[in-house]
Design a protein around this ligand. Sequence first.
Ligand SMILES: [Fe+2]
Length: 258
Amino acid sequence: MTPFHFLHLTDPHIAPPDELLFGQDTNARFAAAVAAIAAEAATTPFAFAILSGDLARDGEPDAYRELARMLEALPCPTHLMLGNHDDRAAFAAAFPDTPLDVNGFCQQAFETPAGRCILLDTLTPGAPHGTLCAVRLGWLADRLAEGDGPVLLFLHHPPMPIGIPGMDAIRLLDGAALLSVLEPHRARIRHMFHGHTHRALAGSWRGIPTSSLRGTAFEVKFAAGQPAIERAAPIEYAIVRCEAESIGVHLAAAAPLA
Ligand SMILES: [Fe+2]
């Protein structure tokens, strides 16, 4: 296959215009990432971008409208996912063209030269942890059963602990159920991309390669106890390069806007 590139961005935590999060201008930081990507696209064409959740600061309709405005500058199609800080109704109102599954969850699957991308919806309304109920897992099982080719999996909440107790408590709590659905297809899962952790993170879960990012908004420090915020962290996104036999996740940092 001809190598191709897509973008992984996560956790922009966009606020309503002129508002902050933890004293941080998360909107300006996301705009900086978009500007860096637009410049980079002149030499590296990106097939699409996936934003793996926590799109809004706290599900505000104004935040989603602001995100939609900022995404107009991104030089490729965008696939949006939900995280624990998102609100399904407000999101759907601002992004009515985003595909939903037959049950109304923000889940979709599409084909790429690197395999089938399957985007999952782990949002638990009113709670910070992730959920994949039987309905969502049933949809995933159906998508996996539709073919026998390679799969790239995307979800906001990771199923595995990362060693930060406050984050581990709010990970995907249905990891065993997810694994049971994936098990017959495990050899086909090329990579699992996630958000939520606000960490530059690569590893594996039950033999499946995984990666995540600090995201654009802020970093969570690797420290015991409750998550602590690092505001001065790089504005991070990833360029994912797919080849026939390998996937490389290139972490990139955007310069803050002047
Ligand atoms: Fe987040």
